[in-house]
Design a protein around this ligand. Structure first.
Ligand SMILES: *Cc1c(COP(=O)(O)O)cnc(C)c1O
Length: 426
C-alpha cells in the first residue's frame, strides 16, 4: 500500500480498521487536557475499562464471603488460575496444561532455572544475548554463582557484529555449535527489549537441544505481541510478564510455560509448595509432595487473586480479538509509523536511524529510533506535548504503536509533533 503523510489518509485507515473499536475500551492519560499518544505499551500497557469490574468482583466476594470465597465465589479462588489455561495457551501457542500464572517474571525464570539449569563440571555453560535486559543478566549471573561456577567462564553472550544493531541467527547457531557438549542452557529474550528484534525461536530452540541443552525464552516483549507456537517449537520452558503488551497492571502476575514432555519427569529438580500439589488432594495436607502433571505443578503459593483479576480481564480480551487480527494490524500500523518517521526525517533534514530490523519477520510492534544528536531534550518536548515515549540511554527512543489501542491518526499526529520538536531545537 502507498502511504500518505496526511491526516485524511490516517483517518481513512482508522475507518477501515476492524480493531478500531477497542481504542474506546482503554483509559488513556491526559496531558494539558488532551488524550496522549501512547507509545509505551511495551513497558506498561494501558488499563482496559473492563478491568475494574473484575477487581471489584473479587473485592465484593471477599467482603461478602470472606474465607468461603475460596470455594463459593462466582469465580472460586482456589482454582481461579485455571480460567487462564484455555485463553492464555492460545496467546502463546501451547497446550492448556503447559501454561500457568504465578509470581512475577524474574522470579519465575529463577524457579524454572531450578529445573532447567543444573550445571555439571563438563556441562555448565549458558548462552544469552549481549545486552540482555538487566534483570536477566543479574539473574543468570546469580544462578551461576549459586551453583559454584564463574560467570565469566560459564556465561557466553552472543555479540552483535561491529556496526550492526541486531544479532544474526547464524551467529547464535555458531555460538551454540562452539559451546557443544559444554552447553547446559540457552536463555534469550524472544523479542529484544532494546531493539525490538524478534529471534527465530524455532531454529534456535532446535539447535540448542541438538547440542544437548535445554532452551528457554524470556517472553516479556513477546507475549501478546508476536505469533508464538511454543508447543510446536518444542521450547523447554518460557515465562513472561503480563503488564507490558498484555495490559494487566503494574508489576502484575507472570505467565509461565513448561513443555508437556517435562510434565511427568519426576527427576527434574523443582522448588515445591502446596499450590503445585495434586489438586484433588491439596487440602489433605499430606507429607509427600505429588506435583500436578502440568505447568501448574511449578506453582508454589496460594495465588494472589487481586492480581490475577486484571490479568483475567486482559486475557479474555485477547481471546476475543485473537492474535492473528492483532498481528495483522500491528504490522500495518508499524509500517505506517516507519513511513511517517522517514517522511519527517526528510522534512527536517535530520538523521535518525531506526535500529529495529526493517524485515517485518524480524520485528513486531516496536521501533527503536537512534536520535543522532537529538538527545533527551527532544524526548522531554514530546512528553510535554502529549506523546509518551520511552527513553533509553544513550539516545534511543522506543515507540510501540500497540494495535489494540493506538490509531493511525496517532501516528500522523506524532509525526507533526516530532517535526515541530526537532525544528524548535535546531
Ligand atoms: C520487562 C522485563 C523484565 C521484567 O521483569 P520483572 O521480574 O517483571 O520485573 C524481565 N526481562 C525482560 C526481558 C523484560 O523486558
Amino acid at each position: 500500500m502507498d502511504f500518505k503523510n496526511t491526516r485524511e489518509f490516517a483517518q481513512q485507515l482508522d475507518a477501515q480498521d476492524k480493531l478500531a473499536k477497542y481504542r474506546d475500551e482503554f483509559n488513556f492519560p491526559h496531558i494539558n487536557g488532551k488524550q496522549v499518544i501512547y507509545f509505551t505499551g511495551n513497558s506498561l500497557g494501558l488499563q482496559p475499562k473492563r478491568t475494574k469490574a473484575y477487581v471489584d468482583e473479587v473485592m465484593n466476594d471477599w467482603a461478602k464471603l470472606a474465607v468461603e470465597g475460596h470455594f463459593f465465589a462466582d469465580k472460586p479462588w482456589w482454582d481461579y488460575h485455571e480460567r487462564f489455561a484455555q485463553p492464555l495457551s492460545k496467546v502463546v501457542g501451547a497446550l492448556p496444561s503447559e501454561v500457568t500464572v504465578m509470581n512475577t517474571l524474574t522470579v519465575n525464570l529463577h524457579l524454572l532455572m531450578v529445573s532447567f539449569y543444573n550445571p555439571k563440571p563438563n556441562r555448565y555453560k549458558i548462552i544469552c544475548e549481549e545486552k540482555a535486559f538487566p534483570s536477566d543478566q543479574y539473574m543468570i549471573k546469580s544462578q551461576v554463582h549459586f551453583h559454584g561456577y564463574d560467570p565469566d567462564d560459564a556465561i557466553i553472550e552472543i555479540k552483535r557484529r561491529d556496526g550492526e544493531h541486531n544479532i544474526r541467527t547464524e551467529d547464535v547457531l555458531n555460538v551454540i555449535k562452539e559451546a557443544g557438549d559444554e552447553l547446559a542452557l540457552v536463555l534469550i529474550g524472544g523479542v529484544n527489549y532494546y531493539t525490538g528484534q524478534v529471534f527465530d525461536m524455532e531454529t534456535i530452540t532446535k539447535a540448542g537441544q541438538e547440542a544437548g541443552a535445554y532452551v528457554g525464552w524470556d517472553l516479556a516483549h513477546a507475549a501478546g505481541n508476536i505469533h508464538l507456537d511454543l508447543h510446536k517449537w518444542n521450547v523447554d520452558f518460557a515465562a513472561w510478564c503480563s503488564y507490558k503488551y498484555m495490559n494487566s497492571g503494574p508489576g502484575n502476575a507472570s505467565g509461565a510455560f513448561v513443555h508437556e514432555m517435562h510434565h511427568n519427569d519426576m527427576d527434574l529438580p523443582r522448588f515445591a509448595g502446596w499450590w503445585g500439589h495434586n489438586k484433588e488432594r491439596r487440602f489433605l495436607m499430606e507429607p509427600q509432595f505429588d506435583p500436578v502433571r502440568g505447568a501448574d505443578g511449578w506453582q508454589i503459593s496460594n495465588l494472589p487473586i487481586l492480581s490475577l483479576a486484571p490479568y483475567l480481564a486482559s486475557v479474555e480480551m485477547f481471546d476475543e480479538v485473537g492474535m492473528p487480527a492483532l498481528i495483522q494490524k500491528r504490522d500495518h500500523i508499524t509500517s505506517y509509523l516507519e513511513f511517517i518517521l522517514h517522511e519527517i526525517d526528510k522534512d527536517v533534514d535530520s538523521t535518525f536511524e531506526i535500529i529495529t530490523p526493517s524485515n517485518p519477520k524480524e520485528r513486531a510492534c516496536q521501533l527503536s529510533v537512534f536520535l543522532h544528536g537529538e538527545g533527551k531534550a527532544l524526548f522531554d518536548y514530546l512528553m510535554e506535548n502529549g506523546v509518551i515515549t520511552d527513553w533509553r540511554e544513550p539516545n534511543v527512543i522506543r515507540l510501540a504503536p500497540v494495535p489494540l489501542y493506538c490509531s493511525y491518526e496517532d501516528m500522523y499526529e506524532f509525526g507533526q509533533v516530532l517535526k515541530k520538536g526537532i525544528l524548535s531545537h535546531k
